[in-house]
Design a protein around this ligand. Structure first.
Ligand code: SF4
Ligand code: SF4
Length: 319
């Protein structure tokens, strides 16, 4: 199973529509989207334009503290206007005063960075590249009690919870609402940035007590949102995380993510990992970005075909 990750924090409906159109045309059957009504509608439109009727939507949310519910925030008093954040954002979520960010925009002396919140995925690249400490992150939670049942009622049948935060009460509340939505599969997304194997496995064991065997997917996130290169090193941690889950012999399906790319399946097979699926986000979006960015994308058959071909090659390598 190949899952295209549009991004838990991606609220750019037009971009999601293009992504789903491209990957559904290439044969993808499962799409990970943010918990926003307009994003579900955009994804459905994209699938419809691709003529794909048998696709599934996985709605992704996070507990407090997890980076998937964070957005970048700038303290302008500390900003030296160096443009590092602007140049390194993988999702064009930072602009310099012109909104929406046009193609080929150049940074000029004296420009100030501004965050486009709906495009920000919370990946933290800008934070790491900021030399002055001006860039920070803030949490943007949703009204999950209202939104999740709506999404379930309107066709989402996978729900995913990113659980890497300290607020266990929030985890329990959100997991309960997800289970009340009666999804075909509930997915637990984990990584080891802040917690070791013992804590991660303990959380999973507790959560799957309320679920039937093999109705839960554990998404083994190597390094969340890190798949910006297509090499073995980038995907190594995803495979290592999957091995931790596999060794624990839990009644769950394992999906690789977080640094996944066209090398993931090969490395996983070399390491004897039996995976149920591979979720690809950053790399999958990066390879189609030059085509999707074109203003005339919906009329430009050549750009559409190039994007679909790139997506097909990736899906094939993820088998
Ligand atoms: S957190 Fe990531 S997506 Fe958001 S503005 Fe920073 S680099 Fe861009
Ligand atoms: S990287 Fe930091 S200092 Fe440089 S422009 Fe961005 S926010 Fe300002």
């Amino acid at each position: 199973m190949f899952k295209l990750v549009c991004g838990a924090g991606n609220e750019d409906a037009e971009y999601v529509k293009k992504l789903v159109f491209t990957y559904a045309s290439a044969g993808c059957k499962l799409f990970d989207i943010s918990a926003r009504k307009e994003i579900l509608e955009a994804a459905k439109e994209g699938a419809k334009l691709a003529g794909a009727e048998d696709v599934s939507y996985c709605v992704s949310i996070g507990i407090r503290g997890d980076k998937h519910i964070k957005k970048a925030k700038i303290d302008t008093s500390k900003c030296s206007k160096c443009a590092n954040c602007f140049r390194n954002c993988p999702n064009d979520a930072i602009y310099n005063g012109q909104n929406p960010r046009p193609e080929g925009i150049e940074w000029k002396e004296g420009d100030s960075p501004v965050i486009i919140a709906k495009k920000c995925l919370g990946c933290g690249t800008c934070l790491r590249k900021c030399p002055t400490g001006a860039m920070g992150m803030e949490e943007k939670d949703i009204n999950f009690r209202e939104v999740l049942p709506y999404m379930a009622h309107h066709g989402a049948n996978f729900f995913e919870l990113h659980i890497m935060g300290n607020d266990k009460e929030d985890l329990a509340r959100k997991w309960q609402v997800i289970n009340e939505c009666n999804p075909k599969y509930a997915s637990i997304c984990i990584d080891r940035e802040f917690f070791g194997n013992k804590e991660v496995l303990g959380r999973i064991r507790e959560m799957i007590k309320s679920r039937k065997p093999y109705s839960t997917i554990v998404q083994a996130d190597g390094v969340p949102m890190s798949g910006i290169e297509d090499d073995y090193k980038t995907t190594l941690q995803a495979v290592a995380m999957a091995e931790v889950i596999q060794k624990a012999e839990l009644p769950v399906h394992v999906m690789l993510s977080g640094g996944t790319n066209s090398k993931t399946a090969r490395l996983a097979k070399m390491c004897g990992i039996k995976y149920w699926g591979i979720a690809v986000g950053s790399w999958a979006r990066k390879i189609v970005k030059p085509f999707l960015k074109q203003d005339d994308f919906w009329k430009n058959k050549e750009a559409q075909n190039c994007a679909i071909e790139a997506a097909k090659k990736l899906i094939e390598k993820c088998k």
